[in-house]
Design a protein around this ligand. Structure first.
Ligand code: 3VV
Length: 194
């Protein structure tokens, strides 16, 4: 049996991504896909609380302020926290395509150390789409959108149906999510994808 291809290079017959007509205008917040999400959830006390905004084309931006609780080494951000911030910003690109998609592969380059207190400016964009596969890249720059490159990632997201969550998530949280009208609205927003 053949396993998944590990290449993050889109195949030759991949197509350019199309920004969904209902995607928010550049600069507008995309909103959280789940209140308790570690990356973007407002009700997640341990989370990164990223406020992700629509960018031009099929892109999104966010700013992570590196806090004491994000340390790996004294005064420096933990690489896994930075990867999580990249993953979340990349994951929000689904809003721009109106496709629910999860990370299949995430490759991260840590280019320079990121001190506590840094405002890390994150930008992610979809580069190509091939069937259910969404190819994307992201970068995090220190201090501003044009600041020095600190981290970058290449990723492959895979489009899934809502059943990916309802069939795999723990019952307790799934039941609560399905009973939350705001959560149901989020899912419906994705389901309008033509
Ligand atoms: C009312 C309740 C509602 C709740 C809903 C909430 C709203 C949700 C809204 C928005 C959510 C956004 C969330 C963003 C959060 C941030 C992002 C994350 O952290 S996501 C979490 C981490 N990721 C996972 O947990 C995935 C775990 N993996 C899987 O579930 C599967 O492996 C999955 C879905 C990725 C693929 O499995 P397959 O069975 O569906 O599909 P196959 O056939 O294996 O793959 C499809 C294609 O993709 C390639 N592929 C798959 N995995 C690959 C990999 N690792 N590397 C390269 N290619 C891969 C394969 O080779 C195949 O390509 P070929 O069509 O043959 O060309």
């Amino acid at each position: 049996m053949r396993g998944p291809t590990t290449s993050l290079t889109p195949p030759a017959d991949a197509v350019a991504p199309a920004r969904h007509s209902g995607a928010p205008a550049p600069g507008e917040p995309l909103g959280s896909h789940y209140d308790h999400c570690f990356g973007c959830g407002g009700k997640q006390p341990h989370g990164l609380h990223l406020e992700i905004r629509a960018g031009e084309g099929v892109s999104a931006t966010a700013v992570l302020t590196v806090r004491e609780e994000h340390q790996g080494a004294p005064g420096l951000a933990h690489g896994g926290v930075l990867a999580a911030a990249l993953d979340e910003t990349l994951g929000a690109l689904g809003w721009m395509l109106r496709t629910i998609a999860v990370t299949g592969r995430l490759e991260t380059d840590f280019v320079r150390p990121v001190p506590v207190g840094t405002e890390l400016h994150l930008r992610a964009e979809v580069t190509a789409v091939h069937g259910r596969k969404i190819y994307a890249t992201a970068a995090g720059r220190a201090g501003g959108p044009e600041g020095p490159l600190a981290v970058r990632a290449a990723a492959l997201f895979v489009a899934v149906e809502v059943e990916h969550f309802t069939e795999n998530g723990r019952d307790e949280e799934i039941r609560a999510a399905m009973a939350d009208p705001d959560q149901v609205r989020v899912v419906r927003a994705f389901e309008v994808n033509p």
